[in-house]
Design a protein around this ligand. Sequence first.
Ligand SMILES: [Zn+2]
Length: 297
Amino acid sequence: MRRKLAPIYAFTLLLALLTPIFSQSSSINRARFDSARERRIAQAAETLRPQLIAQRRDFHMHPELSNREERTSRIVAERLRALGLTDVKTGVGKYGVTALLVGAKPGATIAVRADMDALPIQEVNDVPYKSQVAGVKHACGHDAHTTVGLGVAEVLSKMRGEISGTIKFIFQPAEEGAPAGEEGGAKLMIKEGAMDNPRPSAIFGLHTLPSIEAGQIAYHSGAAMAASDRFFITIKGKSSHGAQPHTGVDAVVIAAESVMALQTIHSRRIDPQEALVITIGQIQGGRRYNIIADEVK
Ligand SMILES: [Zn+2]
């Protein structure tokens, strides 16, 4: 997310959600200059501030790993029901939650999506709302995302009469990746129908970024965040005595050359305008200082 990001005020998101953008694109401009509505939204958000800070800290104190978001999703579902949202579904892709806010006027369906999982990192910050779970921490800000999703739902649930169309709220587990051997994340939610009945025409999501000032959001046309894929390579050589390298095949030397050669995928195989990072994060091999290594992973 290092490209030119243009900061705009946070409630533009709310304005966009209140506008039937897919039936009348010109109404985006109308909404943007509807200062009375803008003020009402800002005021509603401001009123919610203490409640949302408390909610975010509660999530922060009770972080849950990917595909284990039992408590978080329960609180989310309870809150969405309390706000009067309909068709609140739980257990969509493990602990995923979806709900509908049906506007008073006809229109398209759009979705607002937030992720809920934390990371296996020990919290070292000494704050009153420090993580109470050893070795687990909301280090990526998904506690904030979940809270923002609930805040948007709350503000919009009180403006139902002005909403054209339907807003689908999607709270997603396992954004950080499901544990080994498990399915999870957006893919599993989609597989289990999160994008059907009704199917959204567009999805709004966000991610916290400490370099952007609080109260502002930044956007980017095209891809803003990367997907990550992992790969494993095993190099098989042939061991021999360290003093007789010519009788073996040194997997360490091959691995060393491979690490550098892999970087040419970026410099020689990919369009320079495309964003790509190749990281070799782990390397293991060899058995003893004086034996030519027969395997490196
Ligand atoms: Zn994240």
